[in-house]
Design a protein around this ligand. Structure first.
Ligand code: B12
Ligand code: SF4
Ligand code: SF4
Length: 350
């Protein structure tokens, strides 16, 4: 393809992505990623815990393993920052409020962005006379989304391992469109973490084991969402009031202190999930789960997982008013709830 045609095409594609509601876009070549050895190391050290789907490092490191025809990866990112720090902060523990990560207080991004990406892909197809090979993913495919986005200059990988953009921070979802056309590729941007280590220092469970490397087995996000088993007391007591996911290493990041807040979010925030009172939320999960889980990312933790998480947070509350509730769960038939409630009762009696 001639250079001028390639430049025009790349610009037109970026225009389509941005005019479809994405905030950032960058293009990288479909090839083995330079950063892919980090994934190999990460897997060898067992930092993926029970996330078996992560294990195919060869496939994840080169999108041509999905289809050898792919030539370019279009990284599209969108700001989901629709909460202020105070409205959903871990400081709310004092008021017995639970903390649900910003990304999960609204509708599930997989489905909202999935639809958006499909429309973008259709519009890209219209730029060509012939049928192109195009595929889109948002967290749904074997792609190192952050590594591609950073290669394409969408942001840099912070020491908390999140993709950070200088203008809008790290409250961004990353998604990709793969196509069989070669385009003009963007260059990566400078790393602006400098000497800062706020995220590493703030992580309650020391899950950021070295710069840019997170051990999932220690990470509250993994432990509250992906892990369905009993959480050992030594970790649970550090959860603060995290009921679902964890935002601490991003809350403390200076690049997020002035992050742009989206006024009318496409993710439809739900009031009931913003700093919810933990007993009210527990009751809702027990009695209205089938309604609560509709279109919500929190369904990934499953009903029993969320109940376990709330029992942990009750144990971290220092408020003995939760003891009767915990005693009820300590007599339940769910082995994990029993052990968790017993641990929490012990913590409250210290
Ligand atoms: C598995 C996974 C997790 C795991 C593991 C996280 C991790 N840090 O690896 C757990 C469950 C813990 C998790 C948590 C969260 N996740 Co998650 N997760 C993923 C997933 C599916 C794969 C990530 C992965 O491959 N990890 C393995 C490591 C090795 O790869 P990586 O982190 O991408 O790192 C690459 C580069 O950073 C670089 N690199 C790695 N190490 C080093 C070291 C050095 C020195 C250098 C220079 C580079 C470098 O190379 C790596 C590739 O080889 C991606 C979606 C996707 N398909 O990519 C979402 C994704 C990363 N998650 C996302 C989100 C939003 C979260 C949470 C914020 C959710 C929450 N609030 O609870 C937290 C953030 C925790 C954190 N600090 O990372 C977003 C991140 C957006 C962003 N701005 O970065 C993604 C991209 C999903 C999406 N489509 O938007 N997640
Ligand atoms: S998400 Fe929470 S637990 Fe995980 S690395 Fe960040 S601060 Fe630590
Ligand atoms: S808190 Fe500091 S070190 Fe961590 S990601 Fe942000 S700027 Fe980088």
């Amino acid at each position: 393809m001639q250079t001028l045609v390639k430049i025009n095409l790349s610009n037109q594609i970026k225009e389509i992505v941005l005019s479809s509601g994405f905030d950032l876009v960058g293009i990288s070549e479909a090839k083995i990623l330079e950063d892919s050895h980090f994934l190999k190391d990460w897997l060898e050290k067992g930092f993926h815990g029970t996330m078996k789907y992560m294990e195919d490092s060869k496939r994840r490191s080169d999108v041509r393993e999905i289809n050898s025809k792919f030539k370019s990866v279009i990284s599209c990112a969108i700001n989901y920052n629709n909460l202020t720090k105070d409205s959903n902060s871990y400081k709310a523990l004092e008021d017995n409020k639970g903390w649900i990560s910003r990304y999960a207080t609204g509708d599930d991004y997989h489905s909202i962005l999935g639809k958006k990406l499909k429309l973008v892909a259709l519009k890209i197809q219209e730029l060509f006379d012939e049928q192109i090979v195009v595929k889109s993913y948002v967290d749904t495919g074997p792609i190192l989304e952050r590594a591609h986005a950073s290669t394409a200059g969408v942001g840099w990988i912070g020491k908390n391992s999140c993709l950070i953009n200088k203008e809008i921070g790290s409250w961004i979802f990353v998604s990709d469109i793969l196509i069989d056309k070669s385009l003009v590729y963007d260059s990566n941007v400078k790393d602006f973490c400098g000497t800062c280590t706020k995220c590493i220092d703030a992580c309650p469970t020391n899950a950021i084991v070295s710069e840019r490397v997170v051990d999932s087995k220690k990470c509250i996000s993994y432990l509250t969402i992906e892990n369905k088993k009993y959480v050992e007391d030594r970790l649970a007591r550090k959860f603060l009031n995290n009921v679902y996911g964890c935002d601490i290493c991003q809350e403390v990041c200076p690049w997020n202190s002035k992050a742009k807040i989206v006024e009318s979010s496409i993710f439809n925030n739900r009031d009931e999930l913003i700093s919810p009172d933990i007993s009210i939320l527990l009751n809702k999960i027990e009695t209205e789960w089938e309604t609560l889980k509709i279109k919500s990312p929190i369904k990934r933790a499953k009903k029993d997982g969320l109940i376990r998480n709330i029992l942990i947070v009750m144990g971290n509350s220092r408020d003995s008013k939760y003891v009767p509730i915990l005693e009820k769960y300590a007599k339940s038939h769910n082995e994990i709830h029993i052990r968790t409630a017993e641990d929490s009762i012990k913590r409250l009696s210290l």
